[in-house]
Design a protein around this ligand. Structure first.
Ligand code: ZN
Length: 272
């Protein structure tokens, strides 16, 4: 059975403690996603994330290039540091997959496909998608959706290995579709709005999010297979792009970066 061996339990206990300590800081300013009921505790969520990370490592083709991972994690942490979950442990992974996609799973894990790195011309476009996914995590849209689909007691029992069939179903869904859940339009708008703000505060030009979304819409016409997963799970419309541009227009972008050499280096290593 899952997580019944002492080593795994000890590892979970250690994470639980680290998360509990971090939560003391994070919970005091939880202004995100107010009014939405999410009764899965952050501790449960981070434990679930740890299990999923371990199992996904066996089922996805992950990129092990150290310098590429270091760069993606550095950029990811720079955005996370602008969020209310800055004290929790986040981790960024690269999947060797040509589809243009990225996804967030519970517990602060974000996966980006090499196809996305190939399609995003500069660091602002890349961080546009990254910040959007981080925002889904900060807003806890994943566990919210899981709770809606399966009910709280089942989701809470997942980390205890109580519902192995549901756990396997969730794992298979992530591996098969490149996402944990299909998000509503309001969840998408919230992730855009927070993402633009986090990007700008982290020093990246949020116009990159708009140009990346435009690129995705264009690929839907020219190369639909390459963006099918993304569009199946993140409803993307011209309206969203207009909203991102309008929000970006209110920000002083004169000092924000849209290019850096680290990103070009990343593309050479794992891009197209
Ligand atoms: Zn989304």
């Amino acid at each position: 059975m899952r997580n019944r061996n002492p080593k795994a339990i000890a590892a979970l206990a250690a994470t639980a403690l680290a998360v509990a300590l971090a939560l003391t800081a994070a919970c005091t300013s939880s202004g995100v996603n107010q009014g939405q009921l999410n009764l899965v505790s952050l501790e449960q969520e981070w434990q679930l994330g740890q299990q999923l990370e371990r199992d996904l490592a066996k089922q996805l083709r992950l990129v092990n290039d150290r310098s590429a991972l270091a760069y993606v994690n550095q950029v990811g942490q720079r955005i996370v540091s602008q969020t209310e979950m800055r004290n929790l442990p986040w981790k960024f992974h690269i999947v060797a997959d040509k589809e243009i996609n990225a996804f967030n799973i519970p517990g602060g894990h974000v996966y980006v496909n090499t196809g996305l790195i190939g399609a995003a011309d500069n660091v602002a476009e890349f961080t546009g998608v990254l910040a959007h996914e981080i925002s889904h995590g900060v807003s806890r849209h994943g566990t919210e959706q899981l709770t809606r689909s399966y009910g709280l007691s089942i989701v809470a029992g997942l980390v205890l290995g109580e519902n192995p069939a549901v756990y396997q179903q969730i794992l298979a869904q992530i591996v098969g579709t490149g996402t944990l859940a299909k998000f509503s339009r309001s969840a998408e708008s919230e992730a855009d709005r927070l993402g633009v703000a986090y990007m700008a505060r982290a020093g990246y030009d949020p116009i990159g999010m708009a140009t990346m979304f435009e690129e995705l819409l264009q690929r839907r016409r020219s190369q639909p297979g390459a963006v099918a997963q993304f569009f199946a799970t993140h409803p993307l419309t011209e309206d969203r792009i207009r909203a991102v541009r309008a929000q970006a227009a209110q920000i002083d972008r004169s000092r924000l970066a849209s290019r850096d050499s680290g990103y070009q280096n990343l593309r050479q290593r794992v891009g197209p």
